[in-house]
Design a protein around this ligand. Structure first.
Ligand SMILES: NC(=O)C1=CN([C@@H]2O[C@H](COP(=O)(O)OP(=O)(O)OC[C@H]3O[C@@H](n4cnc5c(N)ncnc54)[C@H](OP(=O)(O)O)[C@@H]3O)[C@@H](O)[C@H]2O)C=CC1
Ligand SMILES: [Cu+2]
Length: 477
């Protein structure tokens, strides 16, 4: 019923380059206009770029298939779609074009200049200025450059909204033909959110960062209490010099270990849910969904803490305090007449924990690299699962071993529980060990086969033998 918005709409698979595809208009000749024109021409459309002063615009900046003309001419030449690539504060300067723009679809591509939900959206303002045209909001990609970037960015999602269904369909089709994945986000009242999306700072990182920060605060506070405050109050020991480096370095591995455990815990919880419900088709609770979606961020934060811990550890011996302690120990040893202070057991301990730590960090680095979209996309499904799950558990196991070797047998002596507080590494081990035990438990054949069946679509209620199904189906239970 709606008139074809693009000539190409009738003849799939789309307009042919140079063969007279539909004309798309663009008002404005700035950065966005140039990038859009290049992409439109490359996709086979003809383009009319309308400028206030076409003679002043550099012809070389636009592709050969784009025609530079006045704003009025562009409005007239456009078959139906016109992009408004002008800053919103200049929309009113286009009012003289109202006649030519009548009945046309105006695509508002502007981004918000600040985050303030109360304000009217730019698109709604444009719709008020041009009541005779229909306004569609869309194409809010991260930058004009992202718009131009070809195939590698092709799957980028672009939200699109409008109150006019026909016009919205036309813009959705155009976006698809330009290689984007358009998402219909509803009416023009959604425009404000669309305009603000490029301004939101790391939306998926807030909670993981907060969680990591809280863990840091907890472990740092615990270390401060156990190693600095209580010894000071109790025996007047002055260990405050440890605050900037030693205490931070005692805290970072604990945070890294617990955060890494938090990457793998939601997967186990999800498996338990599926086993208990006997189906994978029921939605997980919201908190679990959110947690599952934060695993990549948590993993990268864990890697950051582990990396910092490695750098801090390498600097430990550079400190003046380390030099003094070594000299003092040597002096005491000379006085006591001890010639050889080699303790075979402790030599093994330090070599083992260092080696496990280095290997664990190396694997974490590999995981971090494969979590980059460009690298992850190059792996097939099996490779990705192997790296993210198999190697992930290897990193977790090595980190636990690193901590266990570090703790050695000291945890078995009462002196480790100064002021009745267990050492921090013991606290940090609780969650990771629970995750590892949970994983081993799920690898038991009976659970593993049932879970594999569920993940292939088997449902316990549907596949039960009829005599089991009956009472439930009739509601007798
Ligand atoms: N959707 C997205 O992801 C992105 C959207 N944008 C949006 O695109 C729009 C244009 O951005 P961009 O191309 O970077 O900006 P530019 O400053 O590079 O270009 C703006 C153009 O507007 C034209 N214009 C028309 N009327 C006026 C006027 N009265 N005063 C000044 N200029 C006028 C000018 O062209 P001429 O002189 O030829 O008339 C100028 O080249 C903005 O609304 C911006 O928010 C920008 C980047 C990404
Ligand atoms: Cu360590």
């Amino acid at each position: 019923m709606h008139k074809p918005l693009l000539a190409a709409e009738v003849s799939e698979p789309g307009p042919q380059p140079g063969l007279g595809g539909p004309v798309i208009g663009i008002i404005g000749s700035g950065d966005f206009s140039r990038s859009l024109a290049a992409r439109l021409v490359a996709s086979g459309f003809r383009v009319a770029v309308g400028s206030r002063a076409p003679g002043r615009v550099s012809r070389a900046a636009f592709p050969a298939g784009a025609e530079l003309c006045s704003q009025g001419e562009a409005a007239q030449r456009a078959d139906r779609l016109l992009f408004v690539a002008v800053y919103p504060e200049h929309y009113h300067s286009l009012l003289g074009l109202s006649q030519q723009l009548q009945g046309k679809v105006l695509v508002d591509v502007s981004n918000a200049s600040s985050l303030s939900r109360q304000e009217q959206s730019n698109a709604e303002r444009l719709a008020q200025l041009f009541p005779q045209s229909s306004v569609v909001k869309g194409f809010n990609v991260l930058s004009a450059w992202a718009l131009q970037a070809g195939a590698c960015d092709g799957n980028r999602q672009v939200p699109i909204c409008s109150d006019e269904a026909d016009s919205k369909v036309a813009v959705l089709q155009l976006a698809r033909r330009l290689g984007f994945s358009p998402v219909d986000v509803g009416g023009l009242c959604a425009a404000r959110g669309v305009e603000e999306a490029p301004l939101v700072l790391f939306p998926s990182w807030g909670r993981p960062i907060l969680l990591t920060f809280l863990l840091f605060l907890f472990f740092y506070g615990y270390n401060f209490l156990r190693h600095i405050l209580l010894p000071f109050l109790d025996q007047g020991e002055n260990n405050f010099y440890q605050l900037p480096l030693v205490t931070v370095n005692d805290t970072l591995p604990a945070v890294a270990l617990v955060t890494l455990a938090l990457v793998y815990l939601p997967g186990l919880v999800a498996a338990v849910f599926q086993l208990a419900r006997g189906t994978k088709y029921k939605r997980f609770p919201g908190w679990l969904d959110g947690w599952l979606c934060s695993r990549k961020q948590l993993g990268l934060l864990s890697f950051l803490c582990a990396g910092l811990h490695a750098v801090y550890s390498m600097c430990l011996t550079l400190r003046s305090a380390a030099g003094y302690t070594l000299l003092n120990t040597a002096y005491h040893q000379v006085k006591a007449g001890v010639e050889n202070s080699w303790v075979e057991q402790l030599v093994w301990r330090s070599d083992l924990y260092l080696s496990c730590g280095i290997l664990g960090l190396g694997i974490l680095a590999l995981l971090a690299v494969t979590s980059l979209p460009s690298v992850g996309n190059a792996l097939n499904w099996r490779e990705f699962t192997f790296v993210q799950s198999g190697l992930g558990y290897a990193a977790l196991t090595l980190s636990i071993m690193h901590t266990l070797f570090f703790g050695w047998d000291f945890a078995f002596f009462p002196s480790a529980y100064r002021y009745y507080l267990p050492p921090v590494y013991l606290l940090a081990l609780i969650l990771p060990c629970t995750v590892l035990v949970g994983r081993v438990f799920l690898a038991l054949p009976c659970l593993m086969f049932r879970l594999a069946k569920i993940r292939r679509g088997w449902e316990c209620t549907r596949h039960r033998p009829p005599n089991h199904l009956e009472p439930e189906a009739t509601g007798d239970v």
